[in-house]
Design a protein around this ligand. Structure first.
Ligand SMILES: O=C([O-])CC(=O)C(=O)O
Ligand SMILES: [Mg+2]
Length: 194
């Protein structure tokens, strides 16, 4: 796989990120016309958290978390990291070390369409995270992939710059703004994870 790292992608307007943060996922999803709900395969790692952030996306090989490293470098204040793999995987590709690095950059949380580990530490850190699986299975750091390209997560395509909202109930939704189709990339989708 030949990868690409897109730097300096368009970011959501902070008011578009913070506006839905006070509402539950179900409310926002309904208000957006019941569109974009991701499947229930992505589950909260802990209860009692809510996160809203701008998507930085990662496409990795299964069982290989190399690309999360450059993705962390692309993350900044108010972002939320979204990771998927090129074929299904439940390996634990994210844990407390990555969470610590992301938190230092002001990142608000994580959605990983694969496995997560160090879950007790993530709860102790109060780091909001949603995943397909919990698994201590280690991953290699060997193969290139992509950062900030569109990624598919449980039935929806998430673009870098989309707004992601997560709460600790069931469900995850992706809601697309019509502006997203503009070539300038100035629009964002609202993605909710609950
Ligand atoms: O290091 C890894 O491969 C993933 C992990 O456990 C961490 O981020 O703490
Ligand atoms: Mg670890």
């Amino acid at each position: 796989m030949s990868g690409v790292i897109v730097t300096g992608p368009p970011k959501a307007d902070p008011k578009d990120v913070d506006a839905p943060a006070g509402y539950g996922v179900a409310t926002v999803h309904e208000a957006m016309g019941r569109t974009g709900l991701l499947g229930p395969g992505i589950r909260p790692v802990q209860q009692g958290v809510r996160a809203a952030g701008t998507a930085v996306t990662v496409l990795s090989r299964p069982g290989d978390n190399l690309m999360i490293h450059p993705a962390v470098e692309q993350c900044g204040e108010g972002d939320l990291l979204v990771v998927t793999t090129t074929s299904p995987s439940t390996d634990g590709m994210f844990g407390e070390l990555f969470a610590t690095a992301l938190r230092r950059r002001g990142v608000r949380g994580l959605v990983v369409n694969a496995g997560i580990r160090d879950t007790q530490e993530l709860r102790d850190m109060n780091f909001p995270a949603w995943s397909r699986a919990v698994s201590a299975q280690g991953t290699v750091k060997a193969t290139d992939g992509s950062v900030n390209v569109p990624v598919a997560v449980d039935g929806q395509v998430i673009h870098t710059g989309d707004v992601i909202l997560g709460t600790a109930a069931l469900g995850i939704a992706a809601l697309r703004s019509p502006r997203r189709s503009e070539p300038s990339g100035s629009g964002q989708r609202l993605v909710t994870a609950g």
